[in-house]
Design a protein around this ligand. Sequence first.
Ligand code: SF4
Ligand code: SF4
Length: 287
Amino acid sequence: MSSTRWEITFDGITYRCIKCGFCCSCKYWRIYLSYFDYLKLREDYSHYIEDVRGSYFSKRLKVGRRGCLLLTRDNLCRIQIERGYSYKPTMCKLFPFSFRVKWNGDFLLVIRHYCRGIRMGKCSEEMIRHAIECCEELYLDQLEEIRLMGMETSTRCKLDEREYITWEEREELGRYIFSSASLEDLSRRYREVANLNIGGEVAYIKRRIERNIKSKRLTVEREIIRYLGELNKREIFRKLPLKDELYRLIKIGVELSGYRDVLKGEGIIDLKLLKGILCSLKEVRSP
Ligand code: SF4
Ligand code: SF4
């Protein structure tokens, strides 16, 4: 593994590929090829490759109505069948993982919850190592440029419209809030840290869990808190003052509590985040 610092954002979540083919047919992303992917594939698969401009890559796979043209009717990858796993594009091998840049320039390894094989559990070290190697292989010498562009240049960020805190403090506060063992605890910490009253949202979430979930309610409650903590680590809302971010996260918790299967709900929310829908929060219902 490289000397670059990587932080895992999704502790408690793992996946097992169920070969559903969703990642090969999803409309919302494309498979870009590293230079080495292109060298491997250009002879036998040139018909499936097209040029692209304005991205870190100059080549990508073509898509049709069913997504990747190399996806067989049995949801299998033609490249893997014909040439073996090592020939698959790096971006395909990386899924369902991806990465972001943290405020301090470290890399954040994230998992895409809309992979259909997502489940509770722990990723093996080998799985994590493989994902990081794929990220590094895919972007190679561009990784440093991505890091510099993605990190914060100021030392401080907003707590609210008037008060500033350091990025370290913000991270520490997020860790404290989302290590809550229950929704009541979360509510108490929201008030303590940010003077935010989320009592109404918490009561609403609990009512919904009571209504929708027959057993393991505490597990669901904890999973909702874990997922919100994951989003906080991913720092998707980090340009906002911390209080605004916390407010948005609890609204996402409200949305999540509407799904009987919380992991499936996380997948749907992740897809909305990918499409930018939840950044405006138009789709998040209030209690
Ligand atoms: S979406 Fe997930 S489970 Fe489905 S084929 Fe892709 S990696 Fe496997
Ligand atoms: S190349 Fe194979 S693994 Fe990659 S998107 Fe196409 S079918 Fe899926």
